[in-house]
Every structure is written in structure tokens, then in C-alpha cells.
Design a binder for this molecule. Structure first.
Ligand code: ADP
Length: 399
């Protein structure tokens, strides 16, 4: 094996990872990908090669496997040591949800940065602590290794005041109560890929729909983020697998006030029991809903499409027109039905779909001559993190 970059994406009960080998000055090649999930419960570890073949897999009985992120990381690093053989871990890149006001790009983690990242926990209390958990474990396991934090918010840091502020007293804006936007690593990767696969539109007016379990949309101009459907948290905007998306804040005041719900109850409802799951009462998974003829599943999908339509209209206004619409992430890359319905409803924007290309999940799914180009781009947040780490390694070599 060759010296490689380890990319970590740690959540509350899982750590996803990939092993990326430098492939020239500005490219990485994925050697392996995997995850350890169910930490503290029914733990399952799996690693696959670039073609999807299983390299290693372990399932632990209930209560028998790694109980925390430290021991989960040990499982990954022990496997990695065997996988890499004589080769080294060059550096580790972490996906970190929140970079706050200070981090408008990836940052090398030292003691001061580590402390600053900790201070951002209140901005994303459900995610940030888990993202940070492996940093100390990595330092213990690979002392002195270069660690780089890559943020979901950074790509959106250049937004204009009107796209970033809430119309509440200005002191809150100054305190950091702003629309940060998320999924930035995905949008950054897609913006970069567009320059390769669609240079004619890449620097134009583009809206990208990242439709996964978490879902958001982003308006791009000249390859830069202008506006995001997500706001202060990753709850705003589109309805998602289990998250509500846009909601009148008055509803929350009512639930916490007159209806007597507690903040943890409302939090749980908004993050885990809403969206496709809440509306359908069946599943948060689009595949299950597509297969179902239950009217609740049909309505949940209708809502999902309608929310995309509204956001698209809004983002087209933000970027001043539309040269290209890009679909990405699990639903965006795979659901021909969702793409077809969005494009049909938004045909008035100048979108002409090529039905056969759409069914085939082709890269370009608009018809030749369509005034708006429609593309499907496979996102890879891991690759984007790998590329950022590669840049940090190059800077380190120069310094
Ligand atoms: P995450 O946000 O967890 O990374 P993904 O980007 O993997 O999520 O997207 C998960 C979503 O993609 C799920 O709703 C899943 O149903 C959907 N999805 C994956 N494959 C298909 C498919 N072939 N058709 C429709 N939806 C799909």
C-alpha cells in the first residue's frame, strides 16, 4: 500500500471513514471506505475497497463491542494498520459540522484551534461534540500526525448580509445568530466537478440540490455559494428524511408555550420524527416511500417535491436566473422520479428533460438545446476532505 490520508466523519453512534491516496498534486484516489456504526449498542464494522468488495467485517453481540468513539477509532486504526502494511497515515481529515464565524476554510488542528472548535459546540450541540471526539483519539494513536478540520459551513461564509441575517435585533447577528448553511463540503465538491464535466455552465448561475437523508439546496454564482436553504442549523429549508425543514417559528412557540412540550421533546420531534418519516408514518427512506402506494407515502413525496420547487424558485431569484440545475446525494443521484417531477413542475424556467437520460441516471439529463442544463453529479465529501488535507500537507512541506 501507499502512504495515505485517513478521512473521518464521526456522528453520534457511528464513524464513517475513507482511505485516500494522493494521486498527484491536486487529486486523491479512494483506496477503501467503511464505517463503524451502532457504537455502544449493536456494533458493526465494515471496510470495503474502491469497487465495493468487502475487505473486513465484524459484528459484535449487544453490549460487547466498542462502547465509545475512542474504542471505535481503535478498531478502525487497527484494521488500517493491517491494510496499509508498511505504508503510513500521512494525515487525518475530519468532517466538522460547524466552523462558526472564524473558519472560512479548512484548518490545521493545533491546541488553540482545538479549543476554538470546542467553543463552537453550543452552535451545533447535537453534532459538533461527536465530530470532535476522534481528534484526541487520533493524536493518541498517531502522535504528531497532521490533523485538518473541514467544515460544512465554510463554503457559505461569503454570503451577503441579507442572505445571512435574520430580521431580529442586530445584536443577535453580531453574536453569531446567522444563517450559516451546511453541506458545504458537498457543494464545494460539486462546484469543482462542474468545472470538469460542464465548464460551459460551471461559472454561471447554478442551483445544486443535495437530496440525501439530510437535504438542502444551494445557489452558486461563479462557482461560489450565494445562498443556502439551510440556516442557523441543519433543520431549515427542505423537508428531509426525519427533519422538518422550514417551519413557522410560531409553531414552536405554541408547542413550547400553550401545548406544554419541553425543549428536548420539540428537538427530538424536529430532528428525528418529522420530514418524510413524520408525514408518511412509514419510513424516512425515499426508496420505501417510492415502493408504497399508501396515500400517506404519496403525500409525503408530494410535500418533498413541493419544498424543492419552492426553494428552487427562491434560489433562482437569489442567483438571478438559471443556467444549470444539479442533483446530488442519495435521492438526487438515484431517484429518477424525484428529478422528473421537479423538472416537470419547473419547466417554465426553461428546463427540458431528456426522459431516457433521466431514467438512466446519466450525467446530463436535460435534452439537447434545453435552455437550462440539468446534471446529476455524484458527490463525495470524503474526496473534498482528502483534497483539503492534501493542500495542508503541501503547505506543511513548504513551511
Ligand atoms: P446521507 O445524508 O445519510 O449521506 P444519502 O445521501 O446516502 O444520505 O441519501 C439517503 C437517501 O437516498 C435515502 O432516502 C434513500 O432512500 C435515498 N436513495 C438511495 N438510493 C435510492 C434509489 N435508488 N431511489 C430512491 N432513493 C434512493
Amino acid at each position: 500500500m501507499i502512504d495515505s490520508i485517513l478521512v473521518l466523519n464521526a456522528g453520534s453512534s457511528s464513524i464513517k471513514f475513507s482511505v485516500e491516496a494522493p494521486a498527484g498534486a491536486a487529486a486523491v484516489r479512494m483506496l477503501a471506505v467503511g464505517q463503524i456504526e451502532g457504537i455502544g449498542n449493536h456494533v458493526h464494522f465494515i471496510a470495503k475497497d474502491a469497487d465495493g468488495a468487502v475487505l473486513a467485517e465484524t459484528r459484535w453481540a449487544d453490549g460487547d463491542g466498542p462502547m465509545d468513539h475512542d474504542s471505535a477509532l481503535r478498531v478502525i486504526s487497527e484494521w488500517l494498520d493491517g491494510f496499509l502494511g508498511d505504508a503510513r497515515v500521512l494525515a487525518v481529515g475530519h468532517r466538522v459540522v460547524h466552523g462558526g464565524l472564524d473558519f472560512s476554510g479548512p484548518v490545521r488542528i493545533d491546541a488553540a484551534v482545538r479549543a476554538k472548535l470546542q467553543e463552537l459546540v453550543p452552535l451545533a450541540p447535537l453534532h459538533q461534540p461527536h465530530n470532535l471526539a476522534p481528534i484526541d483519539a487520533v493524536e493518541a494513536r498517531y502522535p504528531g500526525v497532521l490533523q485538518v478540520a473541514c467544515f460544512d459551513t465554510s463554503f457559505h461564509r461569503g454570503h451577503a448580509f441579507a442572505a445571512e441575517a435574520f430580521a431580529i435585533p442586530l445584536k443577535y447577528y453580531e453574536q453569531g445568530i446567522r444563517r450559516y448553511g451546511f453541506h458545504g463540503l458537498s457543494y464545494e465538491y460539486v462546484a469543482r466537478r462542474l468545472r470538469e464535466v460542464a465548464p460551459d455552465v460551471a461559472l454561471g448561475r447554478v442551483v445544486v440540490a443535495h437530496l440525501g437523508n439530510g437535504a438542502s439546496m444551494c445557489g452558486l454564482r461563479e462557482g461560489k455559494s450565494v445562498e443556502s436553504s439551510m440556516g442557523f442549523t441543519a433543520l431549515d429549508g427542505l423537508a428531509m428524511g426525519t427533519r422538518s425543514g422550514q417551519i413557522d417559528p410560531g409553531v414552536l412557540l405554541h408547542l413550547i408555550g400553550a401545548a406544554g412540550m419541553t425543549v428536548p421533546e420539540v428537538t427530538r420531534m424536529l430532528y428525528h420524527d418529522s420530514g418524510l418519516k413524520g408525514l408518511s408514518g412509514i419510513s424516512s427512506d425515499m426508496r420505501d416511500l417510492e415502493r408504497s402506494d399508501d396515500p400517506r407515502a404519496v403525500r409525503a413525496i408530494d410535500y418533498f417535491i413541493h419544498a424543492i420547487q419552492r426553494q428552487l424558485g427562491s434560489l433562482v431569484a437569489s442567483v438571478g436566473g438559471l443556467d444549470a440545475l444539479v442533483f446530488t446525494a442519495g435521492i438526487g443521484e438515484n431517484s429518477a422520479m424525484v428529478r422528473r417531477r421537479v423538472c416537470e413542475k419547473m419547466g417554465w424556467l426553461g428546463i427540458v428533460l431528456d426522459p431516457a437520460a433521466n431514467e438512466a441516471n446519466a450525467g446530463v439529463i436535460s435534452a439537447p438545446g434545453s435552455p437550462v442544463k440539468v446534471l446529476v453529479v455524484r458527490t463525495s465529501e470524503e474526496t473534498m476532505i482528502g483534497l483539503h488535507v492534501l493542500e495542508a500537507l503541501a503547505e506543511q512541506a513548504v513551511a
